[in-house]
Design a protein around this ligand. Structure first.
Ligand code: MN
Length: 498
């Protein structure tokens, strides 16, 4: 069995509060969706604005394989706007529940049916493929719903879609509801919203009942609690129901990341399939099991969806993981020293901290009595910043036996401080800043700030972190910790060379 995927990330997804995409951003996402293999891309609603039409036109002139669709109401101006954008199809939406008809549209059932039929005829006459869609269909009278769909099909509509606009279905009701519409014997779409967290479950039930296509958005973005999530639906169909789609499953993680970055709507870590923790293991028993055989605690492999498995060292970490990491770092430890290292990782975990590889290496070096002195130490840091001044920093660093003083300017105080430090160590090591990540651990402006930096040196990437109440100090300390890591490695290496 096979299901079609109608992606509405660029229409229903863009209706997420806070998202407004530029024409170029829409095009970028559309290209990714096409590569991913969705069957239909609902590129937007052409009537909305000039910018929206510009975005849709960019997409239709790109020559993508997917069918490009515009949302329209059952009015001629909307259809004309869609025609102007040269789309292949329209998603023609009419409200069908008495609630919407009386309170929103103030029209009778008969009047709305006439609108649907006339609009369908107009669009078909102008060469568009029409998918007629019933808004709030799950709170509509079934007799009327079948009636208006049948009339639209007679007028030339090729597909019908029933929207669970406020997410009121349950999987049981969804199965029954879509079964009744499947009786009409035309391609049928499920369109589910996630107000109760059931959008994917309801869509799956709809497909089992005979729907042939599902409306979804990447990462499940959309109004309120969002729409059915593309990645969850596609992978569930594939792994749990043996229903195929044309989606390239191994691209799902990458596409999810792209959409998150462009829309600015980031995922909760525990999001199914594509969340950062979807394949992360911390608990000792679980991590140990996964290392022996992944299936013990993973229903699918991360590779299937282009994701990665990750082990996190926190308070649940087991001995196995730490032993392996330490071995990989080249340490040979006896049982007593190992238990010292292990206990220190655990106690950091108890304090709510997750231990990075750099932290683990520092702990191990300390326990093993390896050099713990810092090649570079901060002596002084002065920052001047404000709204009418170029942010400026001066730093005094102790490097070996000498002291150096430098100043730098930047776009903000953190940038200025980093520029000054870079100048100071310029001739000591050639270090590139790869990544800078800030988290406020607690609420409020007095929150603890956790800064993680990734530095690149000689093709190797090292990460370091610092947690402090002051964002500038935390950033500077994290940067210096990374520099010291690089320099310590350098010293070790030069000692090795005869
Ligand atoms: Mn919707």
């Amino acid at each position: 069995m096979k299901a079609r995927i109608f992606d509405t990330t660029l229409r229903d997804g863009e209706q997420t509060p806070g998202i407004s995409l530029t024409p170029d951003e829409k095009l970028l996402i559309a290209r990714k969706l096409d590569e991913l293999g969705v069957n239909v891309i609902e590129a937007g609603s052409a009537i909305t604005s000039k910018g929206e039409r510009e975005g849709i036109k960019k997409i239709t002139s790109e020559g993508l394989s997917a069918e490009i669709c515009s949302f329209t109401r059952a009015v001629q101006v909307d259809i004309d706007a869609a025609l102007e954008c040269d789309v292949d199809s329209i998603h023609l939406v009419v409200p069908t529940s008495d609630l919407h008809l009386e309170h929103k549209l103030r029209k009778s059932r008969e009047e709305v049916k006439v609108m649907a039929v006339e609009s369908t005829q107009y669009a078909v006459d102008h060469g568009l493929l029409v998918e007629v869609s019933a808004e709030d269909s799950t709170r509509s009278d079934m007799q009327y719903l079948q009636d208006i769909f049948q009339a639209s099909i007679n007028a030339g509509a090729k597909r019908i879609c029933a929207c669970d606009t406020v997410g009121m279905l349950t999987p049981e009701r969804s199965f029954k509801f879509y079964s009744q519409l499947a009786e009409l014997q035309v391609p049928l779409s499920v369109h589910c919203h996630n107000d109760f967290g059931l959008a994917v479950a309801n869509s799956l039930a709809g497909i089992r009942a005979g729907a042939t296509q599902a409306h979804v958005t990447v990462n499940g973005i959309g109004e309120r609690a969002g729409n059915a999530s593309l990645e969850e639906l596609v992978v569930s169909l594939y792994s749990l129901y043996d229903v195929k789609t044309d989606v390239q499953i191994q691209m799902l993680y990458e596409v999810s990341k792209t959409v998150a970055r462009i829309t600015g709507i980031y995922l909760q870590p525990n999001k199914a399939i594509v969340g950062e923790n979807a394949f992360a293991h911390e608990s000792g028993i679980h991590a140990d099991g996964v290392m022996k055989k992944a299936e013990t605690y993973e229903p699918i492999t991360p590779e299937l969806v282009g994701h990665k498995r990750r082990f996190v060292m926190g308070k649940h970490v087991g001995t196995h993981i730490i032993k392996e990491r330490i071995n990989e770092m080249g340490f040979r430890v006896d049982d007593e020293r190992f238990s010292q290292i292990f206990n220190r990782v655990k106690s950091l975990g108890d304090m709510g901290k997750c231990v990075t590889d750099v932290d683990l290496q520092a702990i191990a070096e300390d326990v093993m009595g390896v050099m713990t002195e810092k090649p570079v130490e901060l002596q002084e840091l002065t920052i001047v910043s404000g709204n009418k001044i170029i942010p400026t920093a001066s730093v005094k660093l102790k490097i070996g036996d000498s002291e150096r003083l430098e100043a730098g300017v930047g776009v903000g105080p953190v940038d200025a401080a980093i520029v000054a430090i870079k100048k100071t160590i310029e001739d000591v090591a050639d270090i590139e800043f790869e990544e800078y990540h800030v988290d406020a651990i607690t609420g409020g402006t007095d929150a603890l700030i956790d800064v993680v930096v990734k530095l690149k040196h000689d093709g190797k990437v090292v990460s370091a972190r610092s947690t402090q109440p002051d964002i500038i100090n935390a950033s500077v300390e994290a940067f210096l910790a990374g520099i010291n890591k690089v320099l310590t490695d350098k010293i070790k290496q030069s000692e090795k060379t005869p």
